[in-house]
Design a protein around this ligand. Structure first.
Ligand code: FAD
Length: 303
């Protein structure tokens, strides 16, 4: 019978390769200046799902909300063991904060028959770690965050070891559940050559359309539409058409999406460059480290 897993994955700019052009003048991220990658902890979430499937059976569906280019991480997921992939792409998703993002993702997850939802703990660009917990709340299911190990999965209940900063906690709950997975949970497997051969031509409808438009610059919209429908039909027959959903298909309340659904307001963005005088040498002994910790607590940098 197995467990059906839904894995939420996000394409992010590679923040390890930040250059001078990484930020726009208005303080927003210049995504075109940075290579786009699979959010690292989402690979751990996918690996956990693949291990669950290997041990118990079931089906893995990956979902991402993003621009058309995010199709590449969906293909990558198919190479690594996912069975089905969904791209949520819609101009009305733009400017969504974490609340709107988790609402839109919840509409998508509700369309799927699931037992376990897996997210990365945190995305390396937005960095909030809010989407997983908000999504569990919107689905009305239990959540276990900061998961480092899945210790038991049986009789429709799950036990996980979660990191609580200064130690670990074992939590048991019944399914359905949402887990947020940390990088310590496992070592993500590499793409399998056989699956690359099987899925390398898998495409979303928007990728099909972009290619057809590039190859037929003089064609009118009706011709493009017909060519896209034909190609998508061919891909579907071969099991290579990646699902693409928009907000209408999801039946989403538009007031909860995009800018109107996003209460977060960015008032000011500062580029912080630490000057030499702002750094401080700390002797590697207990009293110096204790003084530093007290100073950080007093300055409310740590709690
Ligand atoms: P986290 O909460 O750190 O992510 C945790 C996990 O949730 C991930 O590991 C992944 O498993 C899952 N997850 C997160 N995001 C997605 C996703 N999109 N699809 C599938 N799974 C996901 N971003 C834009 O790209 N375009 C915009 O126009 C835009 N406008 C914004 C406007 C405002 C005012 C704010 C505050 C943010 C905006 N963002 C925009 C950023 C966007 O809100 C966040 O990137 C997004 O909500 C996810 O939050 P996070 O990156 O902190 O993810």
């Amino acid at each position: 019978m197995g467990y059906n897993c839904v894995v939420l994955i996000k394409q992010v700019p590679d923040t390890k390769r930040i250059t001078g052009q990484a930020m726009n003048e208005d303080g927003t991220v210049n995504r075109s200046a940075l290579p786009a990658i699979f959010n690292p902890e989402d690979l751990n979430a996918l690996e956990s799902a693949v291990q669950i499937k290997e041990q118990h059976g079931g089906k893995i569906t990956v979902i991402t909300m993003g621009p058309p280019g995010a199709g590449s991480i969906l293909r990558d997921s198919l190479y690594r063991g996912a069975d089905d992939a969904v791209l949520i792409t819609d101009a009305r998703c733009a400017a969504s904060d974490t609340l709107a993002t988790s609402y839109i993702l919840s509409c998508a997850v509700k369309k799927i028959d699931y037992d376990i939802v897996l997210c990365g703990r945190q995305a390396i660009d937005g960095d909030t770690a809010q989407v997983g917990p908000q999504l569990a709340e919107k689905l009305g299911i239990s959540q276990i965050t900061y998961v480092e190990e899945l210790t038991e999965l049986d009789n429709r209940s799950i036990t996980a070891k979660r990191n609580i900063g200064n130690g670990w906690q074992r939590v048991r709950t019944s399914l359905p559940v949402l887990l947020t997975i940390t990088s310590d949970a496992n070592e993500p497997r590499v793409a399998a050559a056989k699956k690359i051969m099987k899925y390398k031509h898998a495409r979303t409808p928007i990728e099909v359309e972009q290619k057809i438009r590039a190859e037929n610059p003089d064609a009118d919209d009706a011709d493009i539409k017909a060519l896209v429908a034909h190609k998508c039909g061919e891909l579907e027959e071969k099991g290579l058409l990646i699902k693409q959903w928009d907000l209408d298909f999801l039946g989403a309340d538009l007031t909860w999406c995009g800018r109107s659904g996003s209460p977060t307001k960015v008032h000011r963005i500062r580029s912080v460059v630490l000057a030499a005088k702002e750094s401080k040498d700390v002797e590697p002994n207990e009293s110096a480290i204790s003084d530093m910790i007290h100073e950080l607590i007093e300055d409310r940098i740590i709690a």
